[in-house]
Design a protein around this ligand. Structure first.
Ligand code: FAD
Ligand code: MLT
Ligand code: ZN
Length: 455
């Protein structure tokens, strides 16, 4: 009996996909840069089915690619040729919101937006948010330790995890869902799964911490002289605005693409060297304190603010539409790096030159999450120089004491450069964990540790 037949008997005929045209929709990543040919897609409905699928693949010695919303930007959810692609999208049940513990249980395949709707209806909110919300899944967010636009207030996904259920490579199930805020009994396996990018287990459920629902919001888009001025403004705003929740940086090159592809009006009568979008959220209207704080900022070139929902959305569009606008221009080489904020301005200034040395005709578009020194480096018109660009940019990041992956993960695209951000001893410890939990190397081979292949 073929592996496909055995998988079909676990998930039912409708959820084992072998048709080439349907398979195609799972086999390319969001950016269009990565592609692989899976032998089939399997869509289990619950943890038990996931465990059975994993056991069958292990018995057949066939590798598994784990895919949630397929919005990842480092090629981690793209299948290795000949692997079985396990889609988590049917694991989409959200449990009741526990408004005493401020927690909720969600299946790994629940989208961020779906979960937000549920918890907001119960008067609470989730601490992580970003533009892929309609498609990315909470399982994928945990697997990548996704960051996004609220890290300055609430931290990244790891900080929101109170527990998880995961299926390991041998089909055994780890269940840690008590959600106890105090529970110090050895290794933090939930924390270990977070950021493991599908290489240690399949996350099937999560116990998520929630935060207060702050409906009163105000957004300001500030035009500033450059990165250093944006950091000065952020420092001042943070001191006077405890309700500050987001601080996002972008530049004229990115704004031009957003205006063109999104058909939006320019936010200011003339272009400026850099833009800082900030948002405050509180129980009572934060517009006045935000306006007061902005009025105190020295050297501001221009500013526009909004406190009503539609105005706020319009201002956020200038920032959130960067990813789509860049992709509308062509397939970018995407790098997601962090440097210490004290070095950010110098790094930004030097970056276009660093890229041009590796790819003389490239266009570089930068934007990012200012408070964490997290810069999204998008290089257009230079896909054939991807390795040289990656090498040049990531080496310069390492020189600054930064990280080669701030929030997107390592995936396939940056696996060869992991050593720039992790010591030999750290990589050896990661390999030992991988060997212990997935000795045959069947879970997401080629992701994170590129030379670990199925044995
Ligand atoms: P996928 O892309 O399907 O998978 C990502 C990785 O996780 C893969 O390695 C996959 O194998 C693994 N994985 C997925 N589900 C599971 C599971 N249940 N168990 C084990 N492993 C699993 N990211 C940020 O951090 N911050 C941002 O601000 C941000 N903005 C974005 C904006 C846009 C427009 C887009 C397209 C992407 C953005 N991303 C951002 C990247 C992406 O959305 C996140 O990495 C997200 O967490 C991926 O979720 P996903 O469900 O799509 O995962
Ligand atoms: C974002 O902050 O919008 C992203 O992480 C997506 C990207 O880097 O394109
Ligand atoms: Zn980001």
């Amino acid at each position: 009996v073929s592996l496909e037949s055995r998988l079909r008997s676990i998930v039912g005929g409708a959820h084992l996909i072998v048709e080439r045209d349907v398979l195609a929709t799972y086999q390319r990543d969001w950016t269009g840069r990565f592609h692989g040919e899976a032998r089939c897609v399997v869509r289990p409905a619950d943890t038990e089915q996931v465990a059975s699928v994993v056991r069958e693949c292990a018995a057949a010695g066939v590798a598994l690619c784990i895919q949630g919303g397929n919005t990842g930007l480092v090629g981690g959810s793209t299948p290795m040729d000949g692997s079985v692609l396990l889609s988590t999208r049917r694991l989409d049940v959200v449990g009741d919101v526990d408004s005493v513990a401020w927690q909720v249980t969600a299946g790994a395949g629940v989208t961020l937006a779906g979960m937000q709707r549920r918890v907001r209806a119960a008067g609470l909110d989730f601490g992580v948010d970003f533009a892929a919300r309609d498609s990315c899944t909470v399982g994928g967010m945990a697997a990548t330790n996704a960051g996004g636009e609220r890290v300055l207030r609430y931290g990244a996904t790891r900080a929101q995890l109170a527990g998880a259920v995961a299926v390991l490579a041998d089909g055994s199930v780890l269940t840690r869902m008590s959600g106890l805020p105090k529970d110090n009994c050895g290794y933090d396996l939930t924390g270990l799964l977070c950021g493991s990018e599908g290489t240690l287990g399949v996350i099937t459920e999560l116990r998520l911490r929630l935060v207060p629902l702050l409906r009163a919001r105000a957004v300001a888009l500030l035009a500033v002289d450059g990165t250093a001025a944006a950091l000065d403004a952020l420092r001042a705003l943070r001191e006077s605005l405890p309700a500050l929740e987001a601080a996002e940086l972008f530049f004229p090159a990115g704004l031009d693409l957003v205006l063109r592809h999104g058909d939006l009006p320019a936010p200011f009568p003339e272009p400026h060297p850099a833009y800082l979008l900030v948002e405050c959220a509180d129980l009572s209207d934060p517009a006045e304190p935000l306006l007061d704080a902005i009025a105190q900022l020295p050297g501001l070139r221009d500013a526009t603010t909004s406190a009503d929902a539609s105005g706020r959305r319009k201002l956020w569009a200038y920032r959130e539409q960067h990813t789509e606008a860049i992709s509308a221009e062509g397939t970018p080489v995407k790098l997601d790096v962090a440097v210490p904020v004290s070095r950010l301005a110098g790094f930004v200034a030097g970056l276009p030159g660093t890229v041009l040395q590796a790819a003389p005709t490239a266009r570089t578009v930068l934007f990012g999450h200012l408070a964490e020194g997290n810069l999204h480096v998008n290089v257009l018109d230079a896909l054939d120089c991807a390795d040289a660009i990656t090498e040049a940019v990531l080496t310069s990041v390492a020189r600054e004491g930064g990280s080669v992956s701030a929030e997107h993960g390592v995936g396939r695209s940056k696996a060869r450069w992991l050593h720039l951000s992790r010591s030999a001893a750290e990589v050896a410890a990661m390999r030992a964990l991988k060997r212990a939990l997935d000795p045959a190397g069947l879970l997401n081979p080629g992701v994170l540790l590129p030379d670990v292949q199925p044995s």
